[in-house]
Design a protein around this ligand. Structure first.
Ligand SMILES: Cc1ncc(COP(=O)(O)O)c(C=O)c1O
Length: 378
């Protein structure tokens, strides 16, 4: 007991000393420039009502699935929902997972075998990295959005090769050169996987669909915890891929299935998404307004992004923390993203814009940021 407790204490002390200690904080009531609720679904009263209605119109539904999908936990509703979501994204099939983390873990760890190769954009999400780590495949990273770097890694690949990118990168907010990456993977006979977690919302069917590339991409991951305001995820691909995952993806096989009300929430969120053109226009307008109003000066950089994720690089943990503190003192919920979560020197504030942010809120955000960057200009 003692050595184990000492180990914990020492590790936590190290974190405190290096200024990277994490702790859970309750909701703070500040203006939301931090959540992934891009279209306001998470606090939509209309969505809540439709979920309650959907649950009430299925009185025989259970409170919990009470088993994995392969045992007692499968219901027709889940299978129908998978078909509907697959159709929405123009995919042959889809398989639900309990979270985006589970989806990436199950997909990557089960697909690639010993002797195969997984190539990741260096900025992909931790769930993709962890899935690749759990496989026995060879792993390479390529420089973010860099075709030459990708090609160099494709030349090294052995066995079946999987390339994984995101539709919108969660920490930078930028999009990949999708068509060019796809053409390159095709040249080397590699399968492309696109995580659309942050792309779905502003683009209701995702980036792959918007560019008409859905038949050429091997698999897509869509998560429901961001613009869809709920929880869970789906892997989209062929019927073969779906059947393969049912047989081999351990994060699908060995876990209790989602409850009926979780499935109902996902279903109703997709119905709402189909009628969200106004919210999507508001989100686009807010992104433009923010980009026009913010002026970071010469010392700091606003990363190039057309997505709701906008980042200002501040260059150190201290500066990123101080900027977030100033913003929070002005009632604005913006969080710093520190190293080692991002590379040293690229510490930043990450601003998430929403359809529901008002013009006044955006003005307050931009003027507070502009004051901060002016004050700290070297
Ligand atoms: C790109 C990406 N993929 C997957 C995930 C994980 O999704 P979930 O939160 O549903 O586990 C996230 C979450 O932040 C993400 O940003």
């Amino acid at each position: 007991m003692k050595p184990a407790e000492d180990f914990l204490k020492n590790k936590l002390y190290e974190r405190q000393q290096s200024g990277t200690y994490r702790e859970l904080k309750p909701e703070n009531g500040l203006i939301d420039f931090c959540s992934n609720d891009y279209l306001g679904f998470a606090h939509s009263a209309v969505l809540k009502q439709s979920i309650v209605h959907e649950v009430n119109t299925h009185p025989l539904s259970l409170n919990g699935a009470a088993g994995s999908r392969l045992l007692s936990g499968n219901i027709q509703y889940a299978e129908d929902l998978e078909k509907q979501i697959a159709a929405h994204h123009d995919s042959e099939a889809g398989l639900l997972f309990n979270s985006g983390y589970d989806a990436n873990l199950g997909l990557l760890s089960s697909l690639a075998q010993r002797g195969d190769t997984i190539i990741l954009d260096e900025l992909v999400h931790a769930s993709i990295i962890d899935g690749a780590r759990l496989s026995y495949a060879n792993r390479y990273n390529f420089k973010h959005n860099d075709l030459e770097s990708l090609e160099a890694k494709l030349k090294l690949a052995k066995g079946n090769c999987y390339v994984v990118i995101e539709g919108v990168y969660s920490m930078d907010g930028d999009a990949p050169p999708l068509l060019e990456i796809l053409s390159l993977t095709e040249k080397y006979n590699a399968a492309l996987i696109v995580d659309e977690a942050h792309a779905v919302g502003l683009r209701p069917k995702g980036l792959v669909y918007e560019l008409g590339l859905q038949q050429r991409v091997f698999a897509r991951v869509v998560t429901f915890g961001k613009a869809l305001g709920g929880h869970g995820a789906i892997v989209l691909g062929s019927n073969n891929l779906r059947n393969y995952l049912i047989n081999f993806a351990r994060s699908f096989i060995y876990t209790t299935a989602a409850s009926f009300h979780q499935l109902a929430a996902i279903n109703m969120a997709y119905q709402l998404l189909k009628n969200s053109s106004e919210a999507i226009i508001s989100l686009k307008t807010n992104i433009e307004l923010f980009k026009q109003a913010v002026n970071t000066g010469e010392n700091f950089t606003l990363l190039n992004s057309d997505s709701p994720i906008q980042c200002i690089i501040l260059g150190s943990n201290e500066m990123a923390r101080e900027a977030a503190r100033q913003l929070q003192m002005n009632n604005l919920d913006v969080r710093p993203i520190l190293s080692p979560t991002v590379a040293q020197g690229t510490e930043r504030v990450r601003i998430c814009l929403h359809s529901f942010n008002s013009e006044n809120e955006l003005t307050l955000l931009a003027t507070t940021l502009n004051k901060f960057t002016l004050l700290h200009a070297r």
